[in-house]
Design a protein around this ligand. Structure first.
Ligand code: ZN
Ligand code: FE
Length: 255
């Protein structure tokens, strides 16, 4: 089966919106359209329609374009059933284990609460593509606005269980500042040092650091390594994953 075509649309100062197209059927979807205009411009440039809007969570920088795009293109809006009342224009609520189809391409819905209580992620296994909103960032994770450290850690473990080949499409270009924090807590990790150098090069050229490789994230992202005894030891802590994760998150919030 041909892979889903994905393209990245920058919005606001550091958001990423994603366009997805199934080449077999010509079905087009957008993930987290915080604004309508950059999406409409990208569709016009490609001569594409828009059939589906996929939403990871209710924040305005991920949903602000929902209503205008729905009206202009007649697109159907899918998002977390748990946040039915907080997603503008939602047509269909989805939950853990549901399948979402973009033409012939199928995504499994993974509930990933923590940043918000209803946050979901979309995993297109056959295309090795993950759309995880503000749950997992390259070398970081989302802030805990509506969840505990334990909730977010469980969500990150679900994402960490996906194959190394998975390409991580997250909601923001926060990678360079995440790298600075990660180096401050795990500065001797060779995988992190290598990724940080790559990030600096990409950002110097003005290029996105996304999609990230999930395999690399597993080795370099401290928020995915809270159960690594070496990281706990580097923080001077007992090997308690939730406590280590909570400490990482609190230190990042104050960084
Ligand atoms: Zn958010
Ligand atoms: Fe966001």
């Amino acid at each position: 089966m041909p892979e889903l075509e994905t393209s990245l649309i920058p919005a606001f100062s550091d958001n990423y919106i994603y366009l997805l197209r199934d080449p077999a059927t010509g079905t087009v979807a957008v993930v987290d359209p915080g604004a309508a205009e950059p999406v409409a411009d990208a569709l016009t440039a490609r001569g594409w329609p828009l059939h589906l809007i996929l939403v990871t969570h209710h924040h305005a920088d991920h949903t602000g374009g929902n209503l205008a795009l729905k009206e202009r293109y007649g697109a159907r809006i899918l998002g977390p059933a748990a946040d039915r009342n907080r997603i503008p224009g939602l047509d269909e609520g989805v939950a853990e284990g549901d399948t979402v189809r973009v033409g012939d391409a199928a995504a499994r819905v993974i509930e990933t609460p923590g940043h918000t209580s209803g946050h979901i992620s979309f995993h297109f296994a056959e295309s090795d593509a993950l759309f995880c909103g503000d749950t997992l960032f390259s070398l970081g994770c989302g802030r805990l606005f509506e969840g505990t450290p334990s909730t977010m850690w469980q969500s990150l473990l679900k994402l960490r269980a996906l194959p190394d080949e998975t390409k991580v499409h997250c909601g923001h270009e926060y990678t360079a500042s995440n790298a600075r924090f990660a180096l401050s807590v795990d500065g001797r990790n060779p995988d992190l040092i290598r990724r940080a150098a790559e990030i600096e090069e990409l950002r110097t050229r003005g290029e996105p650091t996304i999609p990230a490789s999930l395999g690399e994230e597993k080795r370099a992202n401290p928020f995915l390594r809270a159960d690594d005894p070496a990281l706990a030891a580097a923080l001077g802590m007992e090997a308690d994953p939730v406590a280590v994760f909570a400490t990482l998150r609190a230190r990042k919030d104050a960084f």
